[in-house]
Design a binder for this molecule. Structure first.
Ligand code: AMP
Length: 264
């Protein structure tokens, strides 16, 4: 996405509430500046690593005015802390992450639970990368039931495996604003430099070939069962993740609108 059509760039008040806001505080204060029209959207995004959930979450964040919350971003932020500031559980989590394995549920849940205010937020949310196991999905369901907050839908992005691997190995991320590029599919104007903020682009450690294989296996084993879990709750919306990010986003919004009309 270019800087020109990125509303977060022009509006610092919104920037505070985008995907960076979740790190800064356990009670992100964002309800007043991003009031959505109508009911807030509370979405979970599912799909294999590399399917484009992060990009879609950013686009949905802008178009539906619901905050993008990514547990992967939280772990990457934690990995930048000094080692002496990391708890033993967090150090262990970083080892799992580097190898491309899932972080244990207890550590993930601790991090998410600390941010319950973001889940309660009247602007809604787009959860990207959480839940990733049945245990996490059950914990989220219990929390939302106890808070009397319903999920709007669970969007499952689908893409053939070969295309996913190509996307992951060419992915580059901005170390500052987290914008995502692809070396061939969506290159920045200047190689290695973010169009949005001028930050340095890097390849995530877990996007290297040896980690990709481990991540795909973890997805098949732990996360794919969530598709059935949410289908049985009547929340699943499946979307084919081919085409440009804007096309996929438009497809997602149209499917969500159709679902809402049917539910009314
Ligand atoms: P992501 O950016 O969502 O692909 O997450 C990057 C890495 O963070 C994953 O490969 C896991 O090691 C860890 N991680 C993020 N979210 C979760 C989660 N919900 N459960 C377990 N591990 C997670």
């Amino acid at each position: 996405m270019s800087a020109q059509n990125n509303p977060l760039k022009e509006n610092p008040a919104q920037n505070k509430n985008g995907r960076a806001g979740w790190f800064q505080t356990s009670s992100a204060d964002c309800a007043d500046v991003r009031k959505a029209n109508g009911s807030p959207w509370r979405l979970v995004l599912l799909g294999a690593p590399g399917v484009g959930k992060g990009t879609q979450a950013d686009l949905l964040d802008q178009r539906l005015h619901a905050c993008h919350l990514s547990t992967g971003d939280l772990f990457r932020a934690a990995s930048k802390q000094k080692e002496c500031d990391q708890s033993p559980a967090m150090k262990a989590a970083m080892d799992h992450m580097r190898r491309g394995e899932l972080v244990p549920d207890a550590t993930v849940w601790e991090m998410v639970r600390e941010r319950t205010d973001c889940i309660r937020c009247s602007s809604g949310f787009v959860l990207d990368g959480f839940p990733r196991t049945l245990g996490q999905a059950e914990s989220l369901k219990q929390l939302m039931e106890s808070e009397k907050i319903p999920l709007s839908a669970v969007v499952n992005y689908e893409l053939p495996l070969a295309e996913i691997v190509a996307r992951l190995s060419g992915r580059r991320t901005c170390e500052k604003c987290k914008a995502v590029y692809h070396v061939t599919g969506q290159p920045p104007k200047v190689e290695g430099v973010c169009d949005r903020c001028g930050g340095r682009l890097f390849q995530r450690e877990d996007d290297r070939p040896e980690s990709i294989t481990v991540r795909m296996a973890a997805y098949e084993r732990s996360t794919a069962p969530l598709i059935q879990f949410y289908k049985s709750l009547g929340l699943l919306v499946s979307i084919t993740a081919t085409g440009s990010p804007d096309e996929i986003c438009a497809r997602t919004i149209s499917a969500l609108e159709t679902r809402t009309k049917i539910a009314v």
